[in-house]
Design a binder for this molecule. Structure first.
Ligand SMILES: Cc1cc2nc3c(=O)[nH]c(=O)nc-3n(C[C@H](O)[C@H](O)[C@H](O)COP(=O)(O)OP(=O)(O)OC[C@H]3O[C@@H](n4cnc5c(N)ncnc54)[C@H](O)[C@@H]3O)c2cc1C
Length: 416
């Protein structure tokens, strides 16, 4: 059995590694001329880290990222709304990881190169079309260098080609552009003095004006400092067409970004303006997604990761759910009677679960907790209990964790 994977992002490479671990041949085709360290910080939740740990990647990931200890939701004055331990500090059997997206990608790429072999990982191969012929699927790729266009055939094609997936737009030609919430996200990373014990993530403000801050790398040569990821989310427009088609890599502009931060956040423990000013190049990304679809798998073709369930980047689920897709797909392919049966079982299992997350993220996901407090107490509070009870806050945060499959009792039940 040979599986073709379009897209060499976190989803595509995780799929290749899971398939390889299940004894299934896989070949990855990435459109970019090289797999580069693009993006900034990303979080991987414990249930997805479990897959990476099973693949033997935890030591490399520990060197490249940080085991998140604590998550604090706060209002824009830095007052704590909700605080909880995360990962192994919360009793999971695997950590939550805060890591540079590019470093995570490199760990996956290096493992894929070693295990599948470099001849199975192709760059500069842009998927432009595919067809089922008899019991094969034939995919066509365009190259900017060398031979122009080439064909490859396999038993199945997995579209792990991101929010602008060619596989998805072929299956759903009328889907159009991603839908934009009108909220822009600016993201950057900068070397910064350690906050608390250096493993804390803070999400402050509300879903229409939010500041996120967490460390992603501890360089042993720089004690007391961390490579620190930040993000600002702010409502800028109500139009539905995202600027720049929803590209992850557009440069952000300092003055525009600071407009949404100056005089808005008085966190006390950190000055966001100084942090942003100290950052080199940073990026903007329109908060966009797509409506869930009724089906991912068609015969020998299916979707995975952002191609299947592009979602707002809240709740740390973008990479996590792509990795869970990879695990599930490899399991079904290794035991089902036919490819079609495996792909449709994978579709049934993962599509419902992730569609729910896409829709929940539109409402703010777990960060609904800071929205609720901002709405009820926009000028701050003396006693959080009088603004929102513990039970109200818990229902939002833990309700999301259960839905996204990482509530602690679920992990323990599945063998933790
Ligand atoms: C450049 C970039 C930066 C990002 N930065 C962040 C970040 O800072 N924080 C965050 O939370 N999330 C970020 N993300 C998104 C995050 O990586 C995904 O939400 C998540 O990891 C799911 O990954 P994926 O592999 O499904 O999709 P993606 O990470 O989008 O990967 C899809 C891959 O498919 C390739 N591809 C697209 N079309 C084709 C084609 N026709 N043929 C072949 N290959 C194709 C793309 O080049 C890309 O490498 C970023 C994504 C990208 C592409």
């Amino acid at each position: 059995m040979k599986i073709l994977i379009a897209g060499g992002g976190i989803g595509g490479l995780a799929t290749a590694l899971c398939l390889h671990a299940a004894g299934i041949e896989a070949e990855v085709f990435e459109q970019a001329p090289s797999i580069r360290e693009l993006g900034v910080g990303i979080n991987v939740l414990p249930h997805a880290v479990k897959t990476l740990a099973t693949l033997g990647l935890l030591p490399a990931l520990d060197e490249a990222g940080i085991r998140t200890r604590e998550l604090i939701y706060a209002n824009r004055f830095g007052q704590t709304v909700w605080q909880e331990l995360r990962g192994m500090d919360a009793g999971y059997d695997t950590p939550q990881l805060s890591i540079h997206r590019g470093k995570l990608l490199q760990v996956l790429l290096q493992a894929a190169m070693e295990r599948l072999g470099p001849t199975r990982i192709h760059v500069d191969h842009k998927l432009v079309g595919f067809q089922e012929r008899d019991d094969r699927v034939v995919a066509r790729f365009e190259r900017t260098e060398g031979s122009g266009s080439i064909e490859a055939d396999g038993d199945a094609l997995i579209g792990a080609d991101g929010i602008h997936s060619k596989v998805r737009s072929t299956l759903y030609p009328d889907q159009g552009q991603p839908t934009w919430s009108g909220i822009m996200i600016w993201r950057g990373a900068v070397d910064w003095p350690v906050y608390q014990e250096g493993r804390t993530m803070v999400i402050a403000g509300s879903n229409t004006s939010k500041f996120v801050f967490y460390p992603i790398l501890a360089d042993p040569t720089k004690p007391g400092r961390r490579l620190t990821n930040w993000a600002v989310m702010a409502r800028t427009d109500a139009e539905k067409t995202p600027p720049g088609r929803g590209d992850w890599n557009r440069a952000g502009h300092l003055e525009e970004t600071l407009t949404f931060v100056r005089d808005k956040f008085q966190l006390g423990f950190l000055d966001p303006v100084s942090l942003i000013e100290a950052t080199g190049p940073f990026y903007e990304y329109p908060n966009c997604d797509r409506d869930p679809v009724a089906r991912w798998s068609f015969g020998r073709v299916s979707l995975l990761g952002d191609a299947a369930h592009p979602m707002y980047p809240v709740g740390s689920n973008g990479a996590s759910q792509a990795i869970l897709d990879a695990t599930c797909l490899a399991e079904h392919l290794s035991w089902s009677a036919s490819i079609q049966e495996a792909l449709s079982a994978y579709d049934a299992e993962r599509r419902t679960a992730t569609s729910e997350i896409v829709l929940a993220n539109r409402k703010g996901g777990p960060e609904g907790v800071i929205d609720m407090v901002e709405m009820r107490a926009p000028d701050g509070f003396d006693d959080i209990e009088r603004v929102a009870t513990y039970q109200e806050r818990e229902a939002i945060v833990r309700g999301y964790a259960t839905m996204a499959g990482f509530a602690r009792d679920q992990v323990n039940r599945s063998g933790g």
